[in-house]
Design a protein around this ligand. Structure first.
Ligand SMILES: Cc1cc2nc3c(=O)[nH]c(=O)nc-3n(C[C@H](O)[C@H](O)[C@H](O)COP(=O)(O)OP(=O)(O)OC[C@H]3O[C@@H](n4cnc5c(N)ncnc54)[C@H](O)[C@@H]3O)c2cc1C
Length: 416
């Protein structure tokens, strides 16, 4: 199954690695994908055992679907999918109750004002700065919008993020959800690729005569390597490089840290479960300084599954402590659904992206002043013998499966 003398080593079988391997294969180049885990898909992972329904631990939407390279691939495979925005009711919880229509319109207007302010600031010709510096500060919904757009969507507070990168990577609809999950799609796209599982790479030598990847599995040589592991893995020296990476590459890795988004998903059967329609999304307003609400998505495709999303610093605080994360999600549920409905939430599963040494977080943002780090990291080294790919390398669709996919293709095309 594996070529004995491959042209290219691809490190990691997430979206970027799968896309790179498909592109290399289509171009007649032989490759081996070395994957440290025991499954393909990386941060796109659908698992159906825990809750007796498909649950995406990682990516769950194909954002900006009309420009998303995975949309046509999903169609070609006949995946059942639909535009979440056309079927979901969006609820807002504020002042201890569900918001009125007037309050929802005021919140939507605050979101529009936020994006106008961000776009204007990003285009004003001034230096980069934290995205939070451009956000309207004083309106009654502004803190909720900032929490939502930062911690809950980008997995990091806006104060930690480059304004220019935040504006450049903002996403639009349609947002597709897939019956079989985004991870289910990505796994199918890896079918028949030469992926070697449980082959964690500890060291990459990239001398003048090609590359070699080494780990407990042994050593594999090739002409070139495409490394697709997360910047969280790279920043914690998950792979040693010999010779060491150039300073500019090292600095780019550290300028693109991963934020954290933890999902706490509950199976909820029975008469007392929260009475919500299929596909519903729910946000709770920030009530006071320091309040960091979770948000919810429930009953996708009618399944009795309620998913709490906890992002940014709050997610890091419970990283490695699933019991605490679950307890906090149950408290959130009691606030918005009432204690009786919250008590009806059954068994739970807590995602573990932060503590997993194969990921070390959810997805990347650029720190203030370092928007260009994505291009620096994506620039091939040693005449193309060593290159990096993955969501962090894509200047437009960073933090998404689309960005990871496109950057994998680009890296494969750049191999000499
Ligand atoms: C909770 C969460 C929600 C998300 N929601 C969305 C969403 O709705 N829509 C969206 O588009 N995106 C979403 N994302 C982001 C999306 O999942 C990622 O951007 C994308 O999957 C990253 O793909 P990648 O190939 O760059 O990296 P990865 O998926 O991280 O792939 C890298 C691979 O390398 C492997 N690896 C690591 N270290 C080693 C080693 N030393 N040796 C060998 N292999 C190694 C890993 O196991 C992994 O399989 C979400 C992510 C998370 C975590």
């Amino acid at each position: 199954m594996f070529p004995s003398d491959p042209d290219v080593l691809v490190i990691g079988a997430g979206c970027a690695g799968i896309a790179a391997a498909r592109e290399l294969t289509a171009r007649g180049r032989s490759c081996i994908v070395l994957e440290g885990g025991t499954r393909v898909g990386g941060r796109a992972w659908t698992e159906s055992m825990s809750l007796d329904a498909p649950f995406d631990h990682g990516a769950s939407w194909l954002h900006q679907a009309d420009d998303n390279p995975l949309t046509p691939l999903a169609r070609a495979l006949g995946c059942e999918m639909l535009d979440h925005d056309t079927v979901r009711e969006r609820r807002l919880f504020a002042h201890g109750r569900f918001a009125t229509g007037e309050e929802r319109r005021a919140f939507a207007a605050a979101e529009d004002d936020f994006w106008q302010a961000i776009d204007a600031a990003a285009r004003d010709g001034g230096p980069d700065r934290p995205a939070s510096a451009a956000a309207p500060p004083d309106g009654p919904w502004d803190a909720t919008v900032v929490h939502w757009e930062g911690a809950q969507i980008c997995a990091a507070e806006l104060s930690r993020m480059s304004l220019h990168d935040f504006a450049a990577t903002a996403l639009d609809g349609p947002n597709l959800v897939l019956r079989g999950g985004v991870g289910g799609l990505v796994a199918r796209l890896a079918d028949s690729l030469p992926v070697r599982l449980a082959a964690r790479v500890d060291r990459i030598a990239w001398g003048a005569k090609g590359v070699a990847a080494e780990g407990a599995f042994g050593s594999v040589r090739a002409h070139a390597a495409i490394v697709t592991v997360s910047t969280g893995v790279l920043a914690t020296d998950g792979i040693a490089f010999d010779p060491p990476l150039p300073l500019a590459t090292q600095e780019a890795i550290h300028a693109l840290p991963l934020g954290l988004l933890t999902k706490i998903a509950f199976r909820a059967d029975g008469p007392d479960v929260p009475d919500l329609p299929p596909f519903v999304s729910l946000r709770r307003a920030v009530e006071h300084d320091g309040d960091r609400p979770m948000s919810w998505v429930a009953r996708l495709f009618g399944d009795p599954v309620f998913i709490a999303f906890c992002g940014g610093a709050r997610a890091w605080e419970s990283c490695g402590d699933a019991t605490r994360a679950e307890a906090e999600a149950r408290e959130e549920a009691a606030k918005v659904f009432g204690p009786r409905a919250a008590a009806a939430l059954g068994r739970a599963i807590v995602t573990r992206w932060g503590e997993d040494p194969l990921f070390r977080g959810a997805y990347s943002h650029a720190v203030p002043g370092r928007q260009q780090a994505r291009r620096v990291l994506g620039t091939p080294l040693a005449d193309g013998r060593l290159s990096f790919a993955g969501e962090a390398c894509h200047p437009r669709f960073a933090a998404t499966v689309a960005g990871a996919w496109l950057s994998g293709i680009e890296a494969a095309r750049a191999v000499p």
